[in-house]
Write a protein that binds this ligand. Structure first.
Ligand code: SF4
Ligand code: SF4
Ligand code: SF4
Length: 314
């Protein structure tokens, strides 16, 4: 697979440590035909991008690592650089959270562009289905690492991550919750009940459509919005507010869009996070530690993807 690096897309051809050549032209020439095709396939409104970089500043991967810039991907698409785009490792760094779509002032949608580029990379045999399955596996196990990091932060620790700990967290499944849930042990507060009412969780049928659409659901013991809504409906305030799981949500709103009963899943999780802070279950320093933790763990995640792609380390 040809690899171009996020910070190496200068106009000079280069050779990486493993002998892979960049094929970026010395003087890249825009390709209107490919640009038209990308626009038709994605319907992403790319041509109205004014390169403001709002999408970059809201992208969780950019914020944690500086290594995924949706604005750059949109710009390259507008120049018709399809062949170069499908070789970029960045298209595999994306979490498909669609935050970039939500914040663009011009309603450009970088997320479907990334999806199209991945599809095109697979279609052109730059990325095999076997590799794709390995990629999904990394993505799945990465959520375990996020859960452990959130747990450390909840206990007041600032996680430092060695390669050994990264692999231990990555490779060890979380144990499922044991024991019975005792209802009514601690009656929920009025604010907790308001959060459920405001987001309509009481209408939840437990159909799991939210979980099917959530991009970070892989293992129920790590994260599952349907489980969270169930706990809310059962009034398990303390258990859910103290759980690391509520901090794994990336706020993409897919659960809300998927729900046939109009439960606003992303809103209830956001409210649970606010309540956890307000009620002192989570200390005031937690948001800072959690932000720092993300900055620590995401580079390991990207390195894992680079290894899968066969790219040389950044
Ligand atoms: S936020 Fe929209 S207009 Fe701004 S750089 Fe991103 S895609 Fe372009
Ligand atoms: S979908 Fe999310 S992770 Fe992907 S480029 Fe957009 S903001 Fe970044
Ligand atoms: S907003 Fe909903 S779909 Fe998105 S990560 Fe959170 S729970 Fe999952």
């Amino acid at each position: 697979m040809r690899i171009l690096h996020a910070d190496r897309d200068s106009q000079k051809p280069s050779r990486c440590k493993k002998g892979v050549h960049s094929t970026m032209n010395v003087y890249p020439i825009p390709d209107p035909g490919k640009r038209k095709r990308i626009e038709e396939e994605t319907q992403a409104g790319l041509s109205v991008c004014w390169t403001c970089s709002t999408c970059d500043s809201e992208c969780p991967v950019f914020r944690a690592t500086g290594r995924l810039r949706p604005q750059k991907i949109v710009r390259m698409a507008n120049l018709g650089f399809l062949n170069d785009l499908i070789s970029l490792p960045e298209i595999w760094y994306c979490l498909t959270c669609r935050r970039c779509n939500q914040v663009c002032p011009n309603l450009v949608k970088p997320a479907p562009l990334v999806r199209f580029l991945r599809y095109e990379a697979i279609r052109q045999n730059l990325f095999s289905w076997e590799k794709y399955s390995q990629y999904r596996n990394i993505f799945s196990r990465f959520q375990r690492v996020r859960w452990h990091a959130a747990e450390k932060c909840l206990h007041g620790e600032m996680p430092t991550l060695s390669p050994e700990l990264w692999h231990r967290w990555l490779d060890t499944p979380l144990e499922a919750l044991q024991g019975e849930i005792t209802l009514g042990k601690y009656p929920p507060s009025e604010e907790f009940k308001d959060a459920a009412k405001m987001s309509g969780t009481t209408a939840c049928l437990n159909c799991s459509e939210c979980s099917n659409f959530c991009p970070i659901v892989f293992e129920r013991s790590v994260f599952d919005p349907q489980w969270i809504f169930r706990m809310v409906n059962l009034g398990q305030e303390l258990e859910i507010l103290a759980s690391p799981s509520i901090w794994l949500c990336i706020g993409c709103e897919r659960c809300t869009e998927a729900c046939g009963e109009q439960v606003k899943g992303h809103l209830v999780i956001q409210r649970l996070q606010e309540l956890a802070l307000k009620e002192g279950i989570v200390d005031r320093g937690f948001p800072f530690r959690w932000k720092k933790a993300q900055e620590t763990i995401y580079p390991f995640f990207l390195e894992e993807i680079d290894t899968l792609l066969g790219a040389d380390p950044v």
